[in-house]
Ligand binder design. Sequence first.
Ligand SMILES: Nc1ncnc2c1ncn2[C@@H]1O[C@H](COP(=O)(O)OP(=O)(O)O)[C@@H](O)[C@H]1O
Ligand SMILES: [Mg+2]
Length: 313
Amino acid sequence: MTLLSIQNLKAHFHTEDGAVRAVNGVDMDIEEGEKLGLIGETGCGKTVLGLAILRLLSENTTVEGRILYKGQDILTMSDHEIRKIRGKEIAMIFQNPLSSMNPVLTVGTQVAEPVELHQHLKKKDAMQRVIEMLKSVKIPLPQERVKEYPHEFSGGMRQRAMIAMGLICMPSLIIADEPTTGLDVTIQAQIIELMKEVLRDSGTSMLLITHDLTVAAELCDHIAVMYPGEIIEYASVRDLFKDPKHPYTRGFLDSLPDRGLKPIAGISPSLIDLPAGCKFHPRCSLATERCRKERPELIKVGIKHYVRCFLYD
Ligand SMILES: Nc1ncnc2c1ncn2[C@@H]1O[C@H](COP(=O)(O)OP(=O)(O)O)[C@@H](O)[C@H]1O
Ligand SMILES: [Mg+2]
């Protein structure tokens, strides 16, 4: 069953320089229990999409389209309704745990917040739950560490605490934004192992946002490839690696260290001045007149494999 269905989602910021079209017609479904990786270069709108799902974008943003969660449109919910969903039904692990944690509150107090708010546990019971949770993300001596402040935690331990905070209310969907970025390779591998373990037995769905395709491949069943503001390919991890269809996806794969490190020629377009037609056409060696004028739709090319490219029309 579909847990989250995003339909023609747009999120535009209004700035002095013009409208920044960060999300520009995204269609994407997440099934119950599915782990979906959202990949793309820095600046292509991944975080904005994640924040839009939880209605966390700033006031100067126009958001259009539909975000159906269990059939109900998040974009038309009252503030009261969305607050009941945030942290409880859908939780987010934010990019950069140091800046998203409050430096003057202990880690225990912060991780306890969602259970106090949503499950109305008393402080003492909430702290007990936090200690159990920190134990499950393998933070040593949790009963001591709950009393410490974020700066007393190492980067890896802070990320573990963020994962604990995200999962403490057992949400149906977790949005994890670059959970391993900025950590050194060994710690990164530990966090990936941990996420595999904590997600394996829970039915929790995940939207994993990352610029690192290998991280997505380790943790996800399916991958959606984003190119400024839109999804240009969606496939199972296996199909994406074995049979990538979009010229951008192929280029992205060829740029990986174990596949030749060949960068894609050209640069991503500005979100203020997006090209007409296919957004990738200025960088695509296969582009035709049609690509310069018309925006391709997502075309089905296999079982659960879709691509936004006229080559397959
Ligand atoms: N509040 C904002 N006002 C204006 N532009 C923004 C705002 N937040 C993000 N952006 C722009 O939206 C684009 C997409 O950003 P983001 O979603 O963070 O990219 P990423 O894919 O790296 O997560 C960027 O160009 C960023 O500068
Ligand atoms: Mg981001």
